[in-house]
Design a protein around this ligand. Structure first.
Ligand code: NDP
Length: 275
């Protein structure tokens, strides 16, 4: 039940109807006993929305496509993490001002370490060179892995490779077989396959597909059929949500409740509603 003291947290994006974040955060607030509501808002003027949320005394917000860039330029106060990654997905209050943060690297760190056991010296190929890839290589660099970024635009791939290096990764050469392949492109969202070389996995190799859906993505399904360990992007989604929850509430996130809500939300989707 909401009361006069209930705090407000919003998701700003367009579209937002597909988002699992309302279910995940509603479950988290309930499990942790936080008096707050999380509302998905389809917004066409993100700058006005950010100002409006401050005027309303909101606790915070998540930002999703296509508004990440506008909010980035609108809010001058950024965490070092957001500056490093060059993108933001979370807003939280610091007194009377908004601070933008990025919780994706923290989110994917949990998956890399807890689900996949990735650590120092492991070789990783990251396919894609957008905002998600930047967060992934920051997490990988901090783990001391060897990274090779591959993307259809070589200049973008080189920039993300340089970011990986700047946080501690070594370069993985082209003749080295990676222990882990990460898909950081939207391929698979609607059943599309990645280029064959990413599916051509051998014993001991693993897959992290940032895409997720109610059924296994093509990359995850292929990897599992070859006996390889493979996880989709739901763990990163829950991980970034847990880190955002901790920004807003200063309490440990109830991760199990968030996982249950994410799985339950996904189970209600039609198969092509992945991502
Ligand atoms: P961006 O648009 O910033 O980057 C996408 C990257 O994928 C770019 O390098 C782009 O290349 C490449 N790409 C897009 N289409 C193709 C294609 N057909 N063939 C080859 N490369 C392609 O997106 P994000 O980095 O923010 O997100 C990427 C995906 O990761 C999302 O679609 C989403 O599915 C997933 N994601 C999952 C998260 C989670 O929590 N699980 C969090 C964030 C993202 P180019 O620049 O040449 O277009």
């Amino acid at each position: 039940m909401t009361t006069a003291a209930t705090a407000l947290v919003c998701l700003l994006g367009d579209p937002v109807a597909h988002s699992l974040s309302p279910q995940i955060h509603t479950a988290a607030f309930a499990a942790a006993g936080v008096d707050a509501v999380y509302v998905a808002c389809r917004v066409d003027d993100p700058a006005a929305a950010v100002d409006g949320l401050m005027a309303l005394g909101a606790l915070g917000a998540n930002i999703t496509v296509p508004h990440k860039r506008t909010v980035w330029t609108r809010v001058p106060h950024r965490t070092a993490e957001a500056e490093l990654i060059g993108a933001a997905n979370t807003l939280y209050r610091d007194g009377g001002r908004w601070v933008v943060d990025n919780t994706d690297a923290a989110g994917v760190h949990r998956v890399l370490v807890d689900d996949l056991g990735i650590g120092r010296g492991d070789g990783v190929v990251v396919f894609g060179a957008g905002g998600a890839a930047r967060a992934v290589v920051v997490a990988l660099g901090r783990l001391g892995t060897q990274v090779r970024v591959e993307a259809r635009r070589s200049a973008q791939a080189a920039a993300v490779q340089a970011l990986a290096r700047s946080v501690g990764a070594e370069d993985l050469s082209h003749d080295q077989t990676p222990r882990l392949v990460v898909n950081a492109t939207p391929l698979g969202l609607h059943g599309e396959r990645l280029p064959t070389r990413y599916h051509d996995l051998g014993t001991g190799q693993m897959v992290l597909d940032l895409v997720y859906g109610p059924t296994a993505t093509p990359l995850v399904a292929d990897a599992r059929a070859r006996g390889c360990r493979a996880v989709d992007g739901l763990g990163m989604l829950v991980g970034q949500a847990a880190a955002a929850f901790e920004c807003w509430t200063d309490r440990p996130a109830p991760v199990e409740a968030m996982w249950s809500a994410a799985r339950a939300g996904l189970a209600t989707r039609a198969p092509d509603g992945a991502g």
